[in-house]
Design a protein around this ligand. Sequence first.
Ligand code: CP
Ligand code: NVA
Length: 328
Amino acid sequence: MNFLKGKDFLKLLDFSSEEIGKLIDLAGELKAKKKNGEPHEYCKGKNIALIFEKTSTRTRCSFEVAAHDLGMHVTYLDPTGSQIGKKESIADTARVLSGIYDGIEYRGYGQEIVEELAKYSKVPVWNGLTNEFHPTQILADFLTIKEHFGYLKGIKFVYMGDARFNMANSLMVGCAKMGLDFVACAPEKYFPNKELTEICKEIAKENGSTITFEADPDKAVKGANVIYTDVWVSMGEPTDVWAQRIEDLSPYQVNKAIMSKAAENAVFMHCLPAYHDLKTTIGREMGERFGRDAMEVTNEVFESEQSIVFQEAENRMHTIKAVMLATL
Ligand code: CP
Ligand code: NVA
């Protein structure tokens, strides 16, 4: 099961299609074991550290529960609870923690930070989200798509909204690796960066799929099997970008009209958290300021039969468990 023993999990570009497929399958097996109440403490006695420089619900809980299920102990370092970056460099932190722990999860800002941590760590480092990539999320998304449709290759996957950040980047790489047709639907200035796009187009070609960008939502969603979106303003961005984002991205909100133009079997997905109503502090504040009752997705779509977001969220735990088991 530890077919990636000793490897870091920093971005999907570092893995072959076969390895990604094996991680998704392993997650499915571990999910079945958990549902059947079969113990699977394959990493008994090991210890892991979770470093979060940004907040989290799903990723933190998934790492903690997955670690416990595998028989491991966990230390959680919150955005204020360690010396990292303030009094101690990433290189020093890596050398200290890898002497104590068997694996290290890191969520933070630039991808170069997690890469640096991995460079100096003697034990596997797992990326729990950076500004550029969120690779464990994609494994959960693809396990969910596979559970729902039975396959990945040939799925038309449309990402709506700000396609320059961690989610669209990682989904584009994931789709290219696993043979899904990826469409980023956004105004041109929100398209993913050219260099990554070129790399993904090459990978997609090898796997018989396509990477395209489309500014017109009606055209983009035609025949789509999966419609995916993410928040318009990500963690770590200043709040004063909200006004411009709302103005630019409102036509890309996932609503009933958009869903009705997709394939009949289309599902709605979102990494979460989502601004689909006014029940959160930021959602309410921005809603009142800009006179809106939702941002990137309407409550109607979020709560609809087509929405598989909570199955997707649960799969974070099973896929993160697979990543730890495969690399430890
Ligand atoms: N999707 C996701 O990473 O959620 P959290 O920020 O709650 O971890
Ligand atoms: N783009 C979002 C993803 C959250 C899981 C963010 O970085 O805040």
